[in-house]
Design a protein around this ligand. Structure first.
Ligand code: PXL
Length: 280
């Protein structure tokens, strides 16, 4: 059987389990051939580590594109995550223009912030550029902070009522993005999950689980990887949202017994068999 083939474009953080070191193992384990374009090389991720190193690989990226074009490579999906600068976003837009076919799923995680603020090094201009990239996508999976900045709003409200999440999803859909899946939404103080709109079917729905009152880095990447793997495996948006939420919660729960030692990420490795089983 021919494998589906995906390319993921994001940074390579050598320690800390996020972006490529999450996407590659999870998507491969789901039976999808996974090619990578590392946009930058960091010693660790930037969430809580001090003095990390950062090597921007931007000058190398067009050379990879040119070589791949000469090979005639094609992809069933293009999945982008954390990108280091506006130049990286421009590279990704160009890559999509060159490699998208009518069957390619373009999946964009506008990874640039959380908990009400943008990650170090990103500003409003970056967020608006990310909105331009998202307009090229078939599916986007922003968290609430990213969604609010993408829409050029000033700040994330402190107490969001359930209708606020739906409003945000509808506003993002109005940008012309076919499938919008907002993460970090809730319908009560004790819940956390997703609200989504599939403009192809008109479906607007949500899926929540009990909130776990601890924060781990890289869970957005775990969610996105499980979600894009599900979509590529033929699941609907609803099934993919459920798979991704359940897998992420499972990963967090598996880390709770060792949360202090493992503060920098979740132990997704031991949860892979359950995800794989769902996709068979
Ligand atoms: O998980 C998002 C992410 C990806 N890459 C780098 C990061 C972060 C979040 O902090 O620092 C380098």
């Amino acid at each position: 059987m021919k494998l589906k083939r995906l390319v993921t474009i994001q940074d390579l953080s050598c320690f800390g389990k996020c972006s490529l070191t999450v996407a590659l193992p999870i998507i491969s384990a789901c039976g999808i051939e996974t090619a990578v374009i590392p946009t930058a090389l960091l010693s660790t991720h930037t969430g809580g580590f001090q003095n990390y190193t950062f090597l921007d690989l931007i000058d190398e990226l067009p050379k990879i594109t040119r070589h791949w074009e000469s090979l005639g490579l094609q992809f069933d999906a293009i999945y982008t995550g954390y990108l280091g600068s506006e130049r990286h976003i421009e590279f990704v837009c160009d890559f999509i223009d060159r490699f998208r076919t009518k069957n390619t799923l373009v999946f964009v995680d506008p990874a640039m912030g959380d908990n009400g603020s943008l990650y170090p090094g990103f500003d409003r201009s970056y967020a608006l550029k990310m909105t331009q990239l998202c307009k090229k996508a078939d599916v986007i999976v922003p968290n609430l902070t990213e969604a609010v900045f993408m829409l050029g709003k000033d700040q994330v409200p402190e107490n969001c009522n359930p209708s606020y999440f739906e409003q945000i999803v509808l506003q993002l859909s109005e940008l012309g993005i076919p499938k919008v899946l907002l993460t970090g939404a809730s319908n009560s103080c004790n819940s956390l999950g997703v609200v989504y709109k599939n403009s192809e079917t008109g479906e607007v729905d949500s899926y929540f689980k009990d909130r776990i009152p601890l924060h781990f880095h890289g869970t957005g990447d775990v969610f996105s990887s499980a979600c894009v793997a599900s979509l590529i495996s033929g699941c609907s948006l609803k099934e993919s949202a459920i798979n991704a939420v359940d897998f992420t919660v499972d990963c967090i729960q598996s880390t709770l017994d060792d949360a202090e030692e493992h503060w920098y990420s979740v132990k997704f490795e031991q949860c892979l068999p359950k995800l794989i089983q769902r996709l068979q």
